[in-house]
Design a protein around this ligand. Structure first.
Ligand SMILES: [Fe+2]
Length: 473
């Protein structure tokens, strides 16, 4: 594809292009047939503005957060989208420049401003990674500790929430794990200092108080986008992408560029009991990198960890905006890798699964942290530098089914169970797809059993490629 200026752009470049328009629509056009039982709201989060005034964000993960809501009710699908009014967004609007540091971008600062930032590091709470139910609304999440509360219907920002505790830490994950039986949420918090500390925190439902249930001191902190839980355990996979804390505090470079790939460290797995937090073992494996755990569960005394694993951390640079917009650049792809942590063995065992690529992995909600058969995700058919297939991996049959459409670029698939259904894949998969031909996006509804397409819900604009979302009925 050529622009009018002659510069080649990727067919999917629109997915990395800003969307400024905020809409609220009562009924979107639907082609096909929605399952009559499907009722509820899909909320999605992701970056949607990649420039502010003359400033440019450098990385896909940096763009200003926008929430999207699709609500299925009475055979109609309403839609709304709204920027998160985070400090990063509000200051960008006010100053017409990038005001806060992001994952791969640092704002221009005067020398005095740099000194001030050193003593009072500020975060813009640009929570563009995930969105989870909270109270009567939702929380938008990123990797700085404070979540941002939003209204679940209007998507209006209610404000940055501050925890009701004195737990110190500067970095967290946007992939919290809610534990229904314990009525609590688990997360990892990292405190940077002379030494660094990984903290396993637990937040009881209905509170904003984090209790540190386990701590692990390390000399250099690893970048961890997510972690795993099983029925009884929290598992941290510590990849050898590490940072000296002082390098981060000095803010000479964008956040992630301070991290160094040190493959000689290998990957370390640390296991803690959910109840009480006692250490339950550490294991070692070869160096690799991942954003996402696919799932984890216990098998006898062993822990099985399924991870979307990259051979190294090159993928982070691959997602720089000038790279992903370049039709000639290729991104690294992660493999579906299974690790088994067995008590008494210090080495994590690797089991080769089908040579399957998977990213943005999800499983059925009731199979999270427990034994499961099916994983859903995105991958590529090899013809394209970004995701262009939705996949369902059957771990019993070791087989995969895929959904594709011409010039279609899907995002994270979210499984919604059919009420009353008992089979793990009895339900639908929802994914926001960029239609490069139409220069707009649609929500595709697939039968999760065989991936046949049931319906498309057409959005009147493109939705920039986002990250994660949640369905609530
Ligand atoms: Fe993620």
């Amino acid at each position: 594809m050529q622009t009018t200026l002659g510069a080649p752009v990727a067919a999917y470049h629109l997915g990395f292009t800003s969307l400024d328009r905020e809409l609220s629509v009562d009924a979107l056009p639907v082609s096909g047939t929605l399952p009559p039982w499907l009722s509820g709201s899909l909320l999605r989060n992701g970056p949607a503005r990649f420039e502010v005034g003359a400033d440019r964000y450098h990385h896909w993960f940096d763009g200003l957060a926008m929430l999207h809501r699709f609500t299925v009710a009475d055979g109609r699908v309403s839609y709304a989208n709204r920027f998160l009014r985070s400090p990063a967004f509000v200051e960008a609007e006010r100053l017409h420049r990038i005001a806060y540091a992001e994952f791969g971008t640092t704002p221009h600062r005067s020398p005095l401003g740099r000194v001030a930032a050193l003593f009072r590091p500020a975060t813009g709470d640009n929570a563009n990674v995930n969105v989870v139910p909270y109270a009567d609304g939702y929380l938008a999440l990123t990797e700085t500790p404070n979540p941002v509360a939003v209204d679940g219907v209007s998507l209006e920002t209610r404000g940055v929430l501050h925890y009701d505790d004195a737990v110190a830490g500067q970095i967290t994950t946007a992939h919290t794990h809610h534990d229904r039986s314990r009525r609590a949420t688990f997360n990892i918090l990292i405190e940077l200092g002379r030494t660094c500390t990984y903290k396993v925190v637990r937040i009881e439902d209905g509170t904003l108080r984090r209790t540190v249930i386990a701590e692990l001191a390390v000399d250099e902190a690893a970048y961890m986008h997510a972690f795993a839980t099983t029925a009884r355990y929290v598992i941290i996979a510590e990849y050898p992408l590490v940072v000296r804390p002082l390098d981060l505090l000095l803010q000479r470079k964008p956040f992630i560029e301070n991290y160094r790939w040190v493959p000689g460290r290998g990957t370390r797995f640390h296991v803690f009991h959910k109840d009480g937090g006692a250490a339950a073992g550490s294991f070692e494996g070869d160096a690799f990198f991942a954003f996402h755990h696919i799932n984890a569960f216990e098998e006898g005394d062993a822990i099985v960890l399924d991870i979307a694993a990259y051979d190294d951390a090159r993928i982070i640079g691959d997602f720089a905006l000038d790279r992903v917009r370049d039709p000639h650049s290729e991104v690294a792809w992660p493999a579906f890798r299974r690790f088994r942590l067995v008590p008494g063995h210090s080495a994590a065992e690797i089991e080769s699964l089908a040579p399957q690529t998977i990213e943005l992995p999800r499983v059925a909600g009731r199979h999270e942290a427990t034994a499961y058969r099916y994983a859903y995700g995105v991958d590529t058919d090899g013809s394209c530098g970004i995701y262009n297939r939705l996949v369902k991996v059957d771990l019993t049959e070791r087989s995969t089914v895929a959904w594709t459409a011409p010039r279609a670029y899907p995002g994270e698939p979210v499984f919604v169970a059919r009420p009353g259904g008992s089979d793990e894949d009895d339900g639908v998969v929802l994914s926001v797809v960029l239609d490069a031909e139409a220069a707009a996006s649609y929500l595709v509804v697939l039968d999760a059993r065989d991936f046949t397409e049931l319906a498309r819900v057409h959005v009147p604009h493109h939705i920039p490629f986002g990250f994660h979302g949640t369905f609530s009925s």
